[in-house]
Design a protein around this ligand. Structure first.
Ligand SMILES: [Zn+2]
Length: 64
């Protein structure tokens, strides 16, 4: 069995460790994912509201 190392910081991983990154790198990744996820959610929310505005403007035309 070959020993594994973290793909990011090259720290040796414990035997039978299932992940490619060590615990601290995984924590960092989780933090980044949370931030990215929140950003994406906010973006999706604004895009959705924008789409609603566009759709309602297309259907309801107050000028005509
Ligand atoms: Zn690491």
């Amino acid at each position: 069995m070959k020993s594994q190392f973290c793909k990011k910081c090259q720290r040796p991983l414990p035997e039978g460790y299932k992940h490619r990154y060590c615990e601290s790198c995984r924590n960092q990744q989780a933090e980044n994912l949370k931030k990215t996820g929140k950003g994406l959610l906010a973006l999706a929310g604004s895009v959705a509201s924008l789409a609603v505005v566009v759709v309602t403007k297309g259907k309801i035309n107050p000028k005509s």
